[in-house]
Ligand binder design. Sequence first.
Ligand SMILES: Nc1ncnc2c1ncn2[C@@H]1O[C@H](COP(=O)(O)OP(=O)(O)O)[C@@H](O)[C@H]1O
Ligand code: SF4
Ligand SMILES: [Mg+2]
Length: 351
Amino acid sequence: MSSKLIMEKVFKYFPLRRSLVEILTFRPPRYVRAVDGVSFTVDEGEIFCLAGESGCGKTTTGRLIVRLLEFTGGRALYRPRKEILSEIPPQYIVEKEYVDLTAKLPRQVDKLLRRDVQIVFQDPYGSLNPRMRIYDILKEPLDIHGVGASEDEKREKVFKALEEVKLTPPEEFAERYPHMLSGGQRQRIGIARALILEPSLVVADEPVSMLDVSVRAEILQLMMDLKATRNLTYVFITHDLAVAAYICNRIGIMYLGTIVEKGPIDLIVNNPQHPYAKALIAAVPEPDPRNRFKIREVPIKGEIPSAANIPPGCRFHPRCPYAMDICKKEPPPEIEIEKGHTVSCWLYAKR
Ligand SMILES: Nc1ncnc2c1ncn2[C@@H]1O[C@H](COP(=O)(O)OP(=O)(O)O)[C@@H](O)[C@H]1O
Ligand code: SF4
Ligand SMILES: [Mg+2]
């Protein structure tokens, strides 16, 4: 098996704050169902993209993978790189070479996984400590994880990381503070910080969406180059399908905490099947210059509902132009319409 990550029906619910009336009348607690039964696999060395409108659960899914959040349920098998795997005690290893990220893991295992699975955050302005020099920002993970035998070795690693993200001369950038850098340069630091511990999986949460359009392509290219030289696997989160089409191998389209369609990127951007995926792809403002998108007109009504109040049946039914009776009552099954391409929609179910 060459899967790097296997997410099997994972959940993340956030409890809603209860009003006094709710507490006094013993009403059951309510939840924001941010991630509500999501399944996908990521193969070693691929770029798997999670796409969808704001609020559909992309960031929450990414934060579960890097264990910044605890899972509410499901199973998430992760295969660490060999050196990390060999340090994990056998009782935490499942199916020979995986660790279940949803399990309660001791600090020692947690720390090993944090080295191997890193995140690049969306906001390059908010994710770097403004009071720390770039040198200290990049050295911090080495200190925490005891990587580098001496201060000289750590210095060498920090400088090498700066060179890798093309911030040269490194001696000069190392002395600066985040406010002395442009947005693009800060995101380069974010990438350097994620890579300094030599992870094998990187979750990139909309890494270019807050940057000037003029620097987005450079940062994406840098991420692609680093992926190739370091043999990385990416879970790439974006709401921008043009970006997805440009860089990823496979995609999962999310809607209100679930994946409605997933499969190879070309199949999905050129010929989406799920009504929501069709609408989303029709909404891509400009087709990419190589004309990979066929723009369609699909009516889509209304706003995305709240994740605290998910419609019954198919959660897309209030907005779906094709909704049938069954859609209002029962959630649709996931149907494989061709190899590796699945759609969760009653239109494709044989009844
Ligand atoms: N810490 C939190 N507490 C409560 N609700 C949250 C929290 N984080 C995210 N949510 C909610 O979960 C849903 C999914 O959010 P998110 O994963 O950030 O979506 P996306 O990244 O796709 O925009 C949203 O409704 C959001 O308001
Ligand atoms: S299951 Fe029904 S409501 Fe949902 S997307 Fe398919 S046709 Fe539309
Ligand atoms: Mg997000």
